[in-house]
Design a protein around this ligand. Structure first.
Ligand code: 0L1
Ligand code: MG
Length: 262
């Protein structure tokens, strides 16, 4: 690690303050160019701990930047991992308040819920499917705290991978009942289809993103607990939204889920 404990705590306070106050900031590596991956995840962990100390539950995990479309959109080359906290979760069809966000975008995702723990190293798609209770449609609302979405990967990791809000819903299916590679999705904004894709856009199979998360956590001596909700990453590019927009994600064989932005 290149940053001391005080700097990590100060950066966590700064980034969480930006999240809670809907304020943007230059990317933190501008002032801390020496920051390494361990520092980045330590800052994310400190943000997580700040929320837990306030009594907020961690309600899930997420993989991000798992599709080539997203990687190309953001000019990066590898996935990142973050957490979902209680205030991030919205009910199906809920209103999402844009005034609480900086510059929200939505991503169509497949959510997994585990029934058994998953631990790396060596976790693979087969292990993920065997440990999955069910899969269901999910929309992630991302909201990078970095000005104009200008960042590098380490800054994104520290910022909890832009996690802001999410909704899951539609029809949950057993992972064994669906071929997630060929499962088609349509994302509609105000009734107009704006993005299309299939599960294979996420690392060839969305379960591969969950395996990568298990291996990432395994390298840190952690695991994905049983009963964890995990967003596997945007299947298409993220789509910008503003107040007045209604977004619906339709997933083949799994119904639909939506949000309204007010
Ligand atoms: O969920 C994600 O794909 C994370 C994206 C992080 C970068 C961004 O804000 O687009
Ligand atoms: Mg996402």
């Amino acid at each position: 690690m290149k940053l001391d404990a005080r700097t990590i705590a100060a950066l966590a306070e700064h980034l969480e303050g930006c999240e809670l106050g809907a304020r943007d900031t230059p990317k933190i590596t501008d002032e801390h160019p020496q920051m390494d991956w361990d520092d980045a995840y330590a800052i994310q962990d400190a943000i997580r701990a700040r929320k837990q100390v306030r009594g907020l539950r961690i309600v899930g995990l997420k993989a991000g930047l798992t599709s080539h479309a997203k990687m190309k959109q953001m000019g990066v080359a590898s996935p990142v991992f973050g957490f979902l906290a209680e205030p991030h979760a919205l009910p199906e069809g809920a209103e999402c308040k844009v005034s609480e966000l900086i510059h929200p975008k939505v991503e169509p995702e497949i959510a997994f819920v585990t029934r058994r723990p998953l631990k790396g190293p060596g976790c693979h798609i087969g292990a993920v499917l065997a440990a999955t209770d069910f899969v269901l449609p999910g929309i992630e609302v991302i909201d990078s705290r970095y000005r104009d979405f200008k960042f590098d990967l380490k800054s994104v990791v520290a910022d909890n991978t832009s996690a802001a809000r999410f909704v899951v819903g539609g029809q949950a299916r057993a992972a064994s009942e669906v071929d997630l590679r060929t499962t088609g999705i349509v994302l509609e904004k105000n009734g107009v289809p704006v993005a299309f894709g299939a599960g294979a856009a996420v690392l060839g199979h969305p379960a591969a993103a969950i395996a990568m998360l298990a291996n990432h956590l395994g390298a840190r001596g952690e695991e994905i607990p049983a009963g964890t909700l995990i967003l596997s990453g945007g299947i298409t590019e993220a789509v910008a939204v503003e107040a007045g927009d209604a977004v619906t994600l339709r997933v083949q064989g799994m119904g639909s889920v939506g949000l309204r932005f007010v």
